[in-house]
Design a protein around this ligand. Structure first.
Ligand code: HEC
Length: 303
């Protein structure tokens, strides 16, 4: 079997180390960026959900008390917290489609709030576990990947039941608009609906891929340059001087001429090796010369 030369061995080791380094570096970087994109989406979603809550609170505390005092006796949907929050966010979504906010229910007042199969799943998890405060994750749609954040809506105020217990208690004007088909029979402390907010993550993930590509290209260029420089230096400092040394040592040993010097080139170690071989050759020559003069007289003397 042929033993591979220095150049092949070193090239192979370098290529292997570079490939492993590139893979591990890019993989780690991608995971890091992906994690960052998700965390960014989550914090964005939290702020937006807080704004939805603020709209709900503003409507309940500032709008409802004023408008309910109007003498017209009509029902104004604008006083309903859920209506206010969802209307505002529908306006946001008209410009930024992936940012959506809904308050889906299993038994909704407005048919537009009927939970989709995905939302039903979330609602059922909230209803099954009263301690569960929040659910979040990423889910794919046809065009996008969306980060969703969901929180349960629980009936905690008796006031809610004036419109959501029985049609008899609800304002007639509300019944005229929404009918009696849904949104009734809700009970205190029941999880009746959820706040479900989505923000896009596709953009963030795409950005991560671009960054990984740029980093990969940069690393590949640096690795390529380092590879070429190392292989050239190795060639100049070690491989070629060693080849010349070995050829010269061969020639010198065959001619036996002590005046034939060995080349001194390459890295320090190689020069010292050339000097050592030279000294070895000269002393060997002297020893051989002495042996030639005293044929077979001393070898058995025992020293
Ligand atoms: C004045 C009557 C009224 C009161 C009081 C009221 N709601 Fe509603 N609620 C409605 C109406 C009407 C809708 C449908 C709004 C729409 O068109 O989106 C609604 C919708 C909702 C929805 C969205 C799901 C659905 O049924 O369409 C939730 C959740 C909700 N209300 C919870 C509450 C909670 C919690 C309270 C108490 C803090 C409350 N509501 C108080 C009338 C009321």
């Amino acid at each position: 079997m042929q033993v591979p030369g220095i150049r092949r061995t070193v090239s192979r080791i370098l290529a292997m180390v570079f490939c492993l380094g590139l893979l591990a570096g890019l993989g780690g970087f991608y995971l890091l960026l992906q994690d960052r994109a998700l965390r960014q989406a989550a914090s964005e979603a939290r702020i937006l959900l807080r704004s939805a809550l603020a709209i709900r609170g503003y409507t309940a505390d500032h709008i409802f008390p004023k408008i309910s005092r109007l003498p017209d006796g009509e029902f104004h949907a604008e006083t309903v917290p859920s209506y206010a929050a969802q209307t505002v966010f529908r306006m946001v979504a008209s410009d930024y489609g992936a940012y959506t906010y809904r308050e889906p229910a299993l038994n909704p007042t407005s048919s537009a709030d009927l939970a989709t199969p995905f939302e039903v799943e979330l609602l059922q998890r909230f209803r099954a576990d009263p301690a569960l405060q929040e659910l979040s994750g990423v889910r794919p749609t046809e065009t996008d990947r969306l980060f969703y954040l969901a929180r349960p809506i629980r009936i905690t105020q008796e006031g809610c039941l004036s419109c959501h217990s029985t049609p008899a208690r609800a304002p007639p004007a509300m019944l005229a608009k929404y009918g009696t088909g849904g949104g009734f029979g809700w009970e205190m402390n029941e999880v009746v609906a959820a706040q479900v907010l989505t923000v896009p993550v596709t953009q963030g993930l795409k950005g991560s891929l671009e960054l990984v590509g740029v980093l990969g290209l940069g690393l590949a260029v640096i690795f390529g340059l380092a590879y070429v420089a190392l292989v050239l230096a190795l060639d100049r400092m070690v491989i070629r001087p060693l080849g010349a040394l070995s050829r010269a040592a061969d020639a010198a040993s065959q001619s036996g001429d002590p005046r034939l010097g060995l080349p001194r080139a390459g890295a320090g170690e190689i020069r010292r090796l050339a000097e050592s071989i030279d000294r070895l050759r000269i002393s060997l020559g002297k020893a051989m010369g002495r042996l030639g003069r005293e044929p077979a007289a001393r070898p058995e003397s025992g020293d």
